[in-house]
Ligand binder design. Structure first.
Ligand SMILES: *Cc1c(COP(=O)(O)O)cnc(C)c1O
Ligand code: SF4
Length: 332
C-alpha cells in the first residue's frame, strides 16, 4: 500500500471510517452472529470491509449476499484449470505504469492500488496494482501519453478505487486532465459510494464538477441489499451536481444469479435515478472459480429480465476478452 500524504484539510470522517474497516475475519463473523471458527486468513488478499457495509448484512446468515462477496473461504485456495493470475493479459496493454489503453478514445488510469473493500471475486487479487501505481511524479508520463494522442477524449479513473485518494490528489489529477484540450469526459469507476457513502463529500463533488469535463460515475454494486438510505443520499449528491450515474455489476453465483435478485437491483438503482450499464461475466481470475455462472444461465437470466423490465433497466451482458477492441457482448 502506498502511503498517502496526510491531508489536514479533509474532514476526517470518511477516512476514519475507512481506517476502522474490519480486517479480521473472526471479528466479521462475530459481528454478523456467525461462528468465528469459520474464519480463514488469506494474507495475499486479506479481508477488508467497512463497518457500514457489514451493517447491511443479515445476521446469522452464511449465505448473505453481501457477506459472500467479502468473506475469505477455502474454495479460493483451490487451483482450477482456466483460472489464472492475469486472465486479461493486462500487462500487455500497459504501455506506462498506471495506464491502460485498450479501446478507442478511452484510456484507463489506475491512480490507486487500494480499495475501500476487498471483493473476493476481483481480478485485483492477482494483478500487481501495487506496482502499477506510480504516484504523483509518475503521472507526468501518463498525462504526456494522453496529451500526445488526440484520439483520446475520455479518461477513466479506475482501480483499485480512485475515490480512496484524498481530494487533494484527485483534484491535482482532474485539473491536469482537464487541461488537455481533447479530453471531454472524466469517468470514475468506484465502489466507494456503495461501501463508504460518507466519501461523497461536497468537496469531492466540486472536485469532480469544477472543470470543463463532463463527469460520469460508474458505481459497482451487485445486489439491492447493498443499497440503503445512506447510499441513496450519497447518490443524490452526485445527481444534483449533474453527474451521470451508472452501475456495473458482476454476475456471481450464490449472490445475484437469480432473476429476482437482478430485477430488484435494477429497480432499486432506478429509484435513485441510476441506470444499469454492464453486467459482467466473471473474469477468470485464480481463486474466483466458485463464483462463476455459466454463459447459458447468464443469457437465460438476461432474457428473462428483458421480459420483466423496460429496456433501459436491462444491463448489457458482457465479458472482457484479451485483445478485443471493446467489451464483448454475450447476448446474440
Ligand atoms: C472497460 C474498460 C474501458 C471502458 O469501456 P466502456 O465500454 O467504455 O465502459 C476502458 N478501458 C479499459 C482498459 C477497460 O477495461
Ligand atoms: S476493484 Fe472493485 S471489485 Fe475489485 S476489490 Fe476493488 S472495489 Fe472490489
Amino acid at each position: 500500500m502506498i502511503a498517502e500524504p496526510i491531508d489536514q484539510t479533509q474532514p476526517k470522517s470518511w477516512q476514519m471510517l475507512l481506517a476502522q474497516a474490519v480486517t479480521d475475519p473472526a471479528e466479521l463473523l462475530r459481528l454478523v452472529d456467525l461462528d468465528p471458527k469459520l474464519a480463514l486468513h488469506i494474507p495475499q488478499f486479506p479481508l477488508r470491509v467497512p463497518r457500514d457495509f457489514i451493517n447491511r448484512m443479515t445476521k446469522g446468515d452464511v449465505t448473505d449476499p453481501l457477506l459472500r462477496q467479502v468473506l475469505p473461504i477455502q474454495a479460493e485456495l483451490q487451483d482450477v484449470p482456466g483460472f489464472s493470475s492475469d486472465p486479461l493479459n493486462e500487462r500487455a496493454v500497459n504501455p506506462i505504469p498506471g495506464l491502460l489503453h485498450k479501446y478507442h478514445g478511452r484510456v484507463l488510469l489506475t491512480p490507486s492500488g487500494v480499495c475501500g473493500v476487498n471483493c473476493r471475486y476481483c481480478f485485483r487479487r492477482e494483478f500487481p496494482y501495487e506496482e502499477n501505481n506510480p504516484g504523483t511524479i509518475g503521472w507526468e508520463k501518463a498525462l504526456d501519453y494522453i496529451q500526445q494522442d488526440p484520439t483520446i477524449s475520455e479518461v477513466i479513473l479506475s482501480g483499485g478505487d480512485p475515490l480512496i485518494l484524498p481530494d487533494r490528489r484527485l483534484q491535482f489529477l482532474t485539473r491536469q486532465i482537464s487541461a488537455i484540450s481533447h479530453i471531454k469526459t472524466l469517468r470514475i469507476h468506484s465502489r466507494m459510494p456503495i461501501v463508504l457513502p460518507e466519501r461523497i463529500t461536497p468537496e469531492l463533488v466540486s472536485c469532480l464538477t469544477e472543470s470543463k469535463l463532463r463527469c460520469v460515475v460508474v458505481l459497482h454494486t451487485n445486489h439491492a441489499q447493498e443499497i440503503d438510505e445512506t447510499v441513496h443520499v450519497a447518490i443524490q449528491k452526485l445527481r444534483q451536481a449533474n453527474i451521470t450515474v451508472l452501475n456495473q455489476s458482476v454476475l456471481l453465483r450464490g449472490i445475484n444469479d437469480s432473476v429476482q435478485a437482478l430485477v430488484n437491483l435494477s429497480e432499486r438503482l432506478f429509484d435513485m435515478g441510476v441506470l444499469p450499464y454492464y453486467l459482467h461475466l466473471l473474469d477468470r481470475v485464480k481463486g474466483s472459480a466458485h463464483f462463476e455462472v455459466d454463459e447459458q444461465k447468464a443469457k437465460a437470466l438476461v432474457f428473462k429480465m428483458m421480459e420483466l423490465l423496460p429496456g433501459y433497466l436491462v444491463p448489457k451482458l458482457v465479458r472482457e476478452e484479451a485483445g478485443a477492441t471493446s467489451k464483448s457482448p454475450v447476448l446474440s
